[in-house]
Design a protein around this ligand. Structure first.
Ligand SMILES: NC(=O)c1ccc[n+]([C@@H]2O[C@H](COP(=O)([O-])OP(=O)(O)OC[C@H]3O[C@@H](n4cnc5c(N)ncnc54)[C@H](OP(=O)(O)O)[C@@H]3O)[C@@H](O)[C@H]2O)c1
Length: 326
């Protein structure tokens, strides 16, 4: 059984741990210190390792032991920390998250965009939440679209985070276009995309406003049907805000209220003057979790992209009809 070692037990780390266990992997967790966030992991008796010597709790070993004991490491520490850990990851498969630069692994992964390229890879970076949602929505349209323009309206911090907020401002990314377009191109190099971004005082979700020039004549119903039949995209009708959408996922009783799908407001889908338009919502805390699980499967030799994705979705309770996976 594959042993997945997760470094860091924050927003992404704790979700990757749970999804790995649900997917039938063994897990281990490496942390730099004890914080009350770890109490659940201690209660569940997950094997813990210390990155920094004595941290006042029982651990199975140090960071070197952890690296030796694991078949794959998913480094979910804060942006720029994995760069320091990276040289120590020898003889083990490694996955980094979207905060890291593409150049560190020279391979960025996102299931719908380039699963096949991940097969048997030793190192990969699973792209960020924003890029994941763009890969998911643009991949099924890639044969029909030309130039794409996206405005990203980004949440300021995650809901639990009191360090980055509160803010009372709209903060534009002054580098135009923003880095999100080039990041998408690390997975889908053939899409001509420009992005601009702002940060706003909300914690629930990001929202993207997308305009894609069409190369083929399409009706808005065609675009909607493509989204309806694509895994990990949910088209919701009658919802008017990110708050509404997140509340829907709370009502569904999802674990941690997670929304691992990219959610498209159905009423926003339109085609006019040869361009397709839509608005989608991105739950930054959870959207990348299925892609992390797929990435592990690919790196350990699962060649069948759609089987891997379907099984991940089934495990996570987000599967669509089997015929959507092709
Ligand atoms: N949250 C999102 O919106 C989101 C979405 C997609 C991708 N990502 C990416 O996922 C990665 C993790 O982000 P996150 O949101 O999960 O961060 P997070 O919730 O802040 O968790 C970060 C984890 O890293 C640990 N850590 C921080 N500095 C460390 C150090 N010097 N040595 C060892 N451990 C350290 C923290 O430990 P302590 O608890 O001890 O501080 C914590 O467990 C980043 O690359 C991020 O860009 C984040």
């Amino acid at each position: 059984m594959i042993k997945v070692g997760v470094v860091g037990y924050g927003t992404i780390g704790k979700r990757v741990v749970d999804a790995s266990i649900d997917s039938g992997f063994n897990v281990a967790i490496a942390v730099r210190r004890y914080t009350p966030k770890l109490d659940i992991a201690i209660e569940k008796k997950y094997p813990l390792y210390s990155m920094t010597g004595d941290i006042g709790i029982d651990v199975c070993g140090d960071f070197d032991d952890f690296i030796k004991d694991c078949d794959a490491i998913v480094d979910c520490t804060s942006k720029n920390v994995p760069v320091e850990n990276f040289p120590r990851y020898k003889n083990v498969k490694v996955i980094l998250e979207g905060g890291e630069k593409h150049s560190l692994t020279n391979f960025s992964f996102s299931s719908l965009g380039n699963y096949e390229e991940g097969v048997n890879k030793a190192k990969a970076r699973v792209v960020s939440c924003n890029t994941t949602s763009l890969v998911r929505t643009l991949s099924p349209l890639k044969n029909y679209i030309g130039n794409v323009f996206v405005t990203l309206i980004r949440r300021s911090v995650d809901p639990w985070d009191i360090k980055g907020g509160p803010i009372n401002a709209i903060v534009p990314v002054l580098k135009v276009p923003s880095h999100h377009g080039p990041d998408l191109n690390t997975v889908l190099p053939d899409i001509n995309i420009q992005t601009m971004a702002v940060k706003v005082p909300t914690t629930l979700a990001h929202l993207h406003i997308v305009r894609a020039k069409l190369k083929t004549e399409m009706k808005k119903e065609d675009v909607r049907d493509i989204f309806e039949n694509t895994p990990r995209i949910k088209v919701l009708s009658g919802y008017k805000s990110t708050a509404d959408v997140i509340e829907h996922f709370r009502d569904l009783g999802r674990k941690r209220c997670d929304m691992q799908e990219a959610v498209i407001f159905e009423e926003s889908i339109n085609v006019e003057s040869g361009k397709a338009y839509w608005i989608h919502v991105v739950h930054q805390e959870s959207i990348v979790v299925p892609e992390n699980i797929d990435c592990i499967k690919a790196m350990f030799g699962e060649k069948d992209k759609w089987k891997a994705i379907y099984e991940t979705d089934k495990t996570l309770g987000i599967e669509k009809k089997r015929e959507c996976y092709k």
